[in-house]
Design a protein around this ligand. Structure first.
Ligand code: CU
Length: 165
């Protein structure tokens, strides 16, 4: 009688241990995946451009020297050749008006100047519902870096500042 109970208890314990072991293995990868997804989401700055000549983000802050990823999404509905949008970040001290004036004259190059020495990073020109993602290393020098859309007539309202801290 006692012997049978003892055997039963051992068998039951083995089942519980096996059950727990399996459970741990199945659950282990889940937290790691959630963490990776959250990291990707927080590192990418998503900016929308629309029919009302606005960027959804006018100002954002990055750490000096960090890797920055920006996605521009043209949520507008107007054709690319008459109302396209891009996103261009300028080097420190660049005259935005002068840059925009030169850029808008270069329709053959999608309104980007041929000389990109004053450009920190830029997307391509986007049509309705198109997206472009760019990655670059933030300047090591803290300060304010202006950005704009260079499509003719847009930079008056489609502009903002990247703050490097
Ligand atoms: Cu634009």
């Amino acid at each position: 009688m006692f012997k049978n109970l003892f055997v039963f208890a051992l068998f039951f314990s083995a089942l519980v241990v096996a059950g727990c072991g399996g459970g741990d293995q199945a659950e282990a990868p889940a937290p790691a995946q959630e963490e990776a997804a959250a990291e990707t989401a927080s590192d990418t700055i998503v900016i929308e451009a629309n029919n009302q000549l606005q960027f959804s983000v006018k100002e954002f802050t990055v750490a000096a020297g960090e890797e920055v990823t920006i996605t521009l999404h043209n949520v507008g509905t107007l054709p690319k050749d008459t109302f396209g949008h891009n996103f261009v970040i300028l080097t420190a001290g660049t005259d935005l008006e002068a840059f925009a004036t030169e850029a808008m004259g270069n329709s053959a190059n999608e309104y980007m100047p041929t000389d990109l020495s004053n450009v920190l990073a830029h997307t391509v020109l986007l049509g309705p519902d198109e997206k472009d993602t760019i990655s670059f290393t933030a300047p090591t020098q803290p300060g304010q870096y202006e950005f704009l859309c260079t499509f003719p007539g847009h930079y008056g309202t489609m502009r903002g500042v990247m703050i490097v801290k």
